[in-house]
Design a protein around this ligand. Sequence first.
Ligand SMILES: Nc1ncnc2c1ncn2[C@@H]1O[C@H](COP(=O)(O)OP(=O)(O)OP(=O)(O)O)[C@@H](O)[C@H]1O
Ligand SMILES: [Mg+2]
Length: 286
Amino acid sequence: MNKEPKLEESKNEERFCRTPDEPTIRIRDVHKSFGRTHVLRGVNLEVKCGQTMVVIGGSGTGKSVLLKCIIGLLRHDRGEILVDGQEISHLKEKEWNQLLRKFGMVFQRDALFDSITIWENVGFGLRQHTHLTDEEIKAIAVEKLKLVGLQGIEDRMPAELSGGMRKRVSLARAIAMDPSIILYDEPTTGLDPVMANVINELMVQMREKLEVTSIVITHDMESAYRIADQIAMLYKGEIIQVGTPEEIRNTSNEVVRQFVQGEVEGPITRGKDFGRVDLQPARRYS
Ligand SMILES: Nc1ncnc2c1ncn2[C@@H]1O[C@H](COP(=O)(O)OP(=O)(O)OP(=O)(O)O)[C@@H](O)[C@H]1O
Ligand SMILES: [Mg+2]
């Protein structure tokens, strides 16, 4: 086991939150449909500078769609998404590219490029957006890989890695450019408990030492309680509650309570057949 990751405090003044009460990300009445599927139905959410917002919600409720709208991979149909006060859909290409450099994103499915090495994957943004030499990029990639508990794999290809290792490479890539905003889509899914906690600790350090503003999607409530300043629950296309981990743990909202406690009975499953499968003895074929 590698020793715990450590981050050096940032020397980059730009990263520090000058107006910590101002939201870095402000989402107002955002709607997004795919054909007749109305996924986001008026999402409102604010993430203050340097804070970690965890978004929870059932599978298929639109959590990944929300992150992709924030980073501009999907265009929202209605409403506003402001990042550092700028509505993202109004930006020209050059402004948009500048804004994108502030972001790091960990995709739900790691989205690594299979035809290039691990260090080239991690350094992909650096190669696109800086004038660093390959040697310098590789050194940064090795350092970021170490932070996520991976050493000596920089020259390997993605296909040679396990799912959990790929996920951590994707995390190293997200932090390679020292972003001020990181969007994590299920960063600990598929990791063993020790590695999941290494990543939880890394996310906490990113907030505490580098004042990174984050949105984290997770189904892992232990991780959510540990890393969040605020937790928001997405249900039926809207954010139905936002609160501190303590408030969410003791919520009186029945939907949120059922979700965080993982109960089979409750408003989320009412009228559905979940958990009521009438199993018949298996037929044997001769
Ligand atoms: N590009 C797309 N085209 C059409 N429909 C899409 C697209 N992306 C997402 N959807 C639909 O939007 C809905 C929300 O998907 P999303 O991936 O955001 O769910 P999620 O909350 O992230 O679920 P999970 O927890 O399983 O990852 C689903 O019904 C999905 O089928
Ligand atoms: Mg998802």
